[in-house]
Structures are given as structure tokens and as C-alpha cells.
Ligand binder design. Structure first.
Ligand code: XLS
Ligand code: CA
Ligand code: CA
Length: 435
């Protein structure tokens, strides 16, 4: 059975090819800075955007043509597994990510949901064994169903809390079964609408409580994926607790979760929080907490989470530069948390969109590697902070000075000359690495 009978495995054909179904920049085996491109990038395909999006929006009916819809929900779920692994294989993506509800029908009861999950994840396991494709991370969707109206771990309703805990337990059982390398928590409904009826401290204590239960359960079953928290400032909640990387790190540290939790950072969430993607990665890196990345991009003109496939080489280069500075992303990866636009409704668009994203990241990797090899940014920064290399600067960073000694110094050296950053020239040189 094939869902893409006319499309062969996507191969690298170089920038001159006019074959739409070929990579023009991503050559999995090409060695960049001593490592194969595929090992730098560890691409993952997101089950939700790829398999479950129908292309509807608040103003329009579904548009996506999908040939895997069967007569029953379970049949569709099984067809999706087939089609999904065909997509991953055709793209040469070695990892994937999913929410529980993406893969199996919710059924009438929690028990039925769990049975459906068991059946479908058995199938997924078979496919993983056949293809060698690995689970980057899974997660529990604790935001779509109406029961999560007031949050999951941050809910005011203890029964909802128990339900969420059951989903997390199942998620960890599945992670163990499929050898998941990471496990993600994204708290779309963990936030609030108004402080009038919200006890923020109580809610955050409860969220941390659930995370500690997850750590304990992982230890109990002998499966320890890297736990990841995914920040996002808003949407669907008005205010989400894990606002950005810095806020989420404060939460992790406050509740003593540093040893077990790192961050899964998404480009579009960074921009919604008023940051660049590279800023969020740099923050995570400074805490030694860079876990994994969700690759996509927002739209400058729209104020919401558009989850577009990444095609911006400039932004992607600066993000990957941070990854190189981090010494890589493993055991995390680069997950395309991206969806095709409403006007790209054909099956083949799923492949074309991923090819575009993978080629963009390949170009970005090559540019970032060149920046690193040439020490372009290193030299810039060394020069910029040079005053801390000797004299009074060296003594400051050696903690040899205090307010009194520095006052004596300042009184004797109060005619300070600054140097221009020539930042426009720097940006123009940066362009030379991209084009
Ligand atoms: C939504 C989030 C979500 C997480 C996983 O905006 O990006 O898809 O990555 O729950
Ligand atoms: Ca995401
Ligand atoms: Ca998103």
C-alpha cells in the first residue's frame, strides 16, 4: 500500500535541479564540521500537523485532500500510521513526535481511549522496527477536550487533575514501549484568564506536583526520557505560565526540577513572546537547558501562532548557530511543528513543505558552520569585550574589585572613549555568509 504512488524517495540533487521532489540543499550524508548533516539536524515529523490537519480555519471549511480517511475512526487511525511512516521514509526523516490524541480515537471512555492507544502504538512500534525511525518525543494533549477548559495540572477541578495524570502515565508507558528519547509538556491551558478567580501560586504548585509524579513514575518503570517544558506566552490561554525560556527556567529552578527538565523551544512561540528564536535558544543554553527545537516560523503581520514551515534562512542560521555553540541538539532534535497553508491542500504538499523546511535548515546549517569556522562572531565578541581582558576589566571579572576601589579608578579615568560597533557593516558581512 502506498499513499504517494508517483513519488520516489526524496534525494539530494543539488541546487540546479528542477525536480520539485528533490532536496536542493539537504544532503543527509554530507559532513559539516565533522558530522553528517542528518546527525546535526535530527529532523522529526510532527504527527498532528502532518496527519490530522484538515485545513479548516475559523472562517472556512476543511480543504485538505487526504486519502487515508477510512470508514471508521480506528480504520483512519491505522491508515494514518501507514501513510505517516511512508512520509517519514520518503523524506529521510529519522524521528517523529506525536500527541496521544493524534494517533488514536478518544473513544467514549478513558479505558477505551487507552485500548485504542495500545492497539495503534503496537502498529507504530512495528513500523518503527521495520523502518528504523525513532520517537523523538510524545506528549499528552491536555488542552483540546472541553474538560480542560480551566487547565489540566492547573485546573480548579481535582477530577480533571486526576484525568490529566492518567494521560501522563499512559504517555510515559507509551514512551517506554517506543523508546522515546524525550517527553514533552506543553501547557496550552496552564494559565489563566483573570486573576479575579485564580490562585496562581496554588496552580503552579500543582503543575510542579504533576511533574514530580512524572519523574517518580519514570523512575519506577525504569524509563527516563529527557523531560521537556515548552514555553509559549499565550494561545489558547490569555496568559500562559510557561511564558518564555527565562520564565520557564525560573519555574524549573524554583521547584528543583533542574536535573530532569530542559526546554523544548519553538520559533513561533519565541516571536509571540516578543523574542527571536535565537534569543530563546541562547537563554536555554546559558542554563545548560537546551533540550529540543520545534522548527517553524510566524508571520510578521499576524499576531498568532501560524506554524508556517521555516523558509527564512537568516533566522534559521542564527538559531542553528546557537545549536552549534551548544555542541549539538541531541538527544533533542528539530521537529517540524509546521503546517501547510490552506492553499496547499494536496497530499504532495506535505512532502513539498517538508522539503522546503529541510532545505532551509540545511542552508542555515552550512552558513552557521561557516560563521563558526571563520570565528566571525567569536572575533566580533572578543573585540567587543576586550576591555575585560586586561587591566581594570580583568580585575573586575576576577572578583578583585569592589565599589570603593572602582570609585578610585573611575575618579582617575573619567574621560571615557567608546568605540563604534559598526553594526551595519557587521550585518552586511553576515549576509555574505548567507548568499
Ligand atoms: C502548540 C504547541 C504544541 C506542542 C506540543 O502551540 O506547539 O503543538 O508542541 O503539545
Ligand atoms: Ca510546539
Ligand atoms: Ca506553535
Amino acid at each position: 500500500m502506498t499513499y504517494f504512488p508517483d513519488i520516489e524517495k526524496i534525494r539530494y540533487e543539488g541546487p540546479k535541479t528542477d525536480n520539485m521532489f528533490a532536496f536542493r540543499h539537504y544532503d543527509a550524508e554530507e559532513v559539516v564540521l565533522g558530522k553528517k548533516m542528518k546527525d546535526h539536524l535530527r529532523f522529526a515529523i510532527a504527527y498532528w500537523h502532518t496527519m490530522t490537519q484538515d485545513g479548516s480555519d475559523p472562517f472556512g471549511a476543511p480543504v485538505n485532500k487526504r486519502t487515508w480517511i477510512g470508514d471508521t475512526e480506528m480504520e483512519t487511525a491505522k491508515n494514518r500510521v501507514e501513510a505517516f511512516f511512508e512520509i517519514c521514509e520518503k523524506l529521510g526523516a529519522e524521528f517523529f513526535c506525536f500527541h496521544d490524541v493524534d494517533v488514536a480515537p478518544a473513544g467514549e471512555t478513558l479505558e477505551e481511549f487507552f485500548q485504542n492507544l495500545d492497539e495503534i502504538t503496537d502498529l507504530i512500534k512495528e513500523k518503527m522496527e521495520q523502518t528504523g525511525i525513532k520517537l523523538l518525543w510524545n506528549t499528552a494533549n491536555m488542552f483540546s477536550h472541553p474538560r480542560f477548559n480551566n487547565g489540566a495540572a492547573s485546573t480548579n477541578n481535582a477530577e480533571v487533575y486526576a484525568y490529566a495524570a492518567a494521560q501522563v502515565k499512559k504517555g510515559l508507558d507509551i514512551s517506554k514501549k517506543l523508546g522515546g528519547e524525550n517527553y514533552v509538556f506543553w501547557g496550552g491551558r496552564e494559565g489563566y484568564e483573570t486573576l479575579l478567580n485564580t490562585d496562581m501560586k496554588f496552580e503552579q504548585d500543582n503543575i510542579a506536583r504533576l511533574f514530580k509524579m512524572a519523574i517518580a513514575y519514570g523512575e519506577k518503570i525504569g524509563h527516563k526520557p529527557q523531560f521537556l517544558l515548552e514555553p509559549k506566552p499565550k494561545e489558547p490561554s490569555k496568559h500562559q505560565y510557561d511564558f518564555d525560556a527565562a520564565t520557564t527556567m525560573a519555574f524549573i529552578q524554583h521547584y528543583g526540577l533542574e536535573g530532569d527538565f530542559k526546554l523544548n523551544l519553538e520559533a513561533n512561540h519565541a516571536t509571540l513572546a516578543g523574542h527571536t528564536f535565537e534569543h530563546e535558544i541562547a537563554v536555554a543554553r546559558s542554563y545548560n537547558a537546551l533540550g529540543s527545537l520545534d522548527a517553524n516560523q510566524g508571520d510578521m503581520l499576524l499576531g498568532w501562532d501560524t506554524d508556517e514551515f521555516p523558509t527564512n534562512v537568516f533566522d534559521s542560521t542564527l538559531a542553528l548557530y546557537e545549536v552549534l555553540e551548544n555542541g549539538g541538539i541531541a538527544p533533542g532534535g528539530i521537529n517540524f511543528d509546521s503546517k501547510v497553508r490552506r492553499s496547499s491542500f494536496e497530499m504532495e504538499d506535505l512532502l513539498l513543505a517538508h522539503i522546503a523546511g529541510m532545505d532551509t535548515y540545511a542552508r542555515a546549517l552550512k552558513a552557521a558552520a561557516k560563521l563558526k569556522e571563520d570565528r566571525f562572531l567569536d572575533e566580533l565578541k572578543e573585540k567587543r569585550y576586550a576591555s575585560f581582558q586586561e587591566g581594570i576589566g580583568a580585575k573586575i571579572v576576577a572578583d578583585e574589585e569592589n565599589l570603593e576601589t572602582l570609585t578610585d579608578y573611575a575618579l582617575a579615568h573619567d574621560q571615557i572613549e567608546l568605540e563604534s560597533s559598526h553594526i551595519e557593516y557587521v550585518k552586511s558581512r553576515l549576509n555574505d555568509y548567507l548568499f
